[in-house]
Design a protein around this ligand. Sequence first.
Ligand SMILES: C[S@@+](CC[C@H](N)C(=O)[O-])C[C@H]1O[C@@H](n2cnc3c(N)ncnc32)[C@H](O)[C@@H]1O
Length: 369
Amino acid sequence: MNKGRTSRSTVSMWGGGDYSLNTIGAKHVIDNTGELALAALDAIDVAGQAGSFQIADFGAADGGTSIDLVRRIIGRVRERAPDRPICMTYTDLPRNDYSALFNLVHGGRADVTSYLDEYDNVHVYASGTSFYLPIFPRETLDFGFSATAMHWTSGMPGRISNHVHAVGAKGEELETFRRFALADWERILVNRALELKSGARLVMSNFCIDEQGRYLGNTGGVNMFDSFAMLWRRLVEDGTITEAEFLNTAFPQFYKTVEEYCAPLTDSSNAVYQSGLRLESSETRVVPCPYAARFAEDGDLESFAESYVPTLRTWSETVFFNSLDTVRSEQERRHIVDGFYQSYVDLVRKDPIGHAMDYVHIYMVLSKV
Ligand SMILES: C[S@@+](CC[C@H](N)C(=O)[O-])C[C@H]1O[C@@H](n2cnc3c(N)ncnc32)[C@H](O)[C@@H]1O
């Protein structure tokens, strides 16, 4: 079976446009790639080629977080090739809320201004094909972009006994996740290499473990994933969930180090390098948690606790919900998960110091030779 096509119920963002409404930080990360993306675009022969200019956003969710970057990219292409048609394709998993995406891009949200209002001859598409598979025909893509998506593995690598995320895994359990994720990364890159035209660029910002060992929600204060694990374990201790359900809980995610990200692109014996992908640049950056930053300014504890935890919930909820035994009714599972996130709100409310989901990313620019 092709594991890239396996449908995974744990990878799911909030739908109905709520994903981008609750993830301001992810938008900051994307906006932060703007200069890199425009410089990468400037290296492409935009005006000298015929046919449409093909752009893709891999793992786009509802498209809200990338809307301003896409506007800038389209604007830059237009400056250099005023008459060239532009095709913008959003990709994500089959279960993604594409209605919310199209509604947003076609101007259906009062709080979002779409680039379609500004530019003609722009054609918007979506693909529900996983980025672990070929998505576009060979050598047809001019510019690829992806943010905060490729830490999701193509399946569940294994179990984690005493934690809920690979960042807390140890020994062979950790190595199992690492091997799985490194093979996944090569697979993503080889597929992209086939799709990109010669001279095309791929700009990505992905979660990483940076040179100082920092990662999402672990930048010196309270470790977010340790908090998840501690509160979930507490539910075993008070009899709310079973040990088996705890063992069943793991994010299908892995945060690679800078070396792990770059190795396939610099090792000339690697299939990725041989497929023609090259590393133009890489750097790590930390984008501060906007909720913690606002709390530092206004000191409004209630608003912090009530806005910070929902942003965590947008991308983590299904992991906890789907690890619960299906002999429980859906209503009971929902009740347990509501209580779990409420316990996180209470934790933050009791002692807010150090809680923050700072974003730690590696920003990479790749080219196709
Ligand atoms: C945290 S969201 C990021 C969304 C957006 N790119 C941003 O930065 O705000 C991760 C997205 O990656 C998608 N995703 C996860 N695995 C994927 C895969 N194998 N193929 C395509 N999309 C995937 C998820 O469905 C989700 O929409």
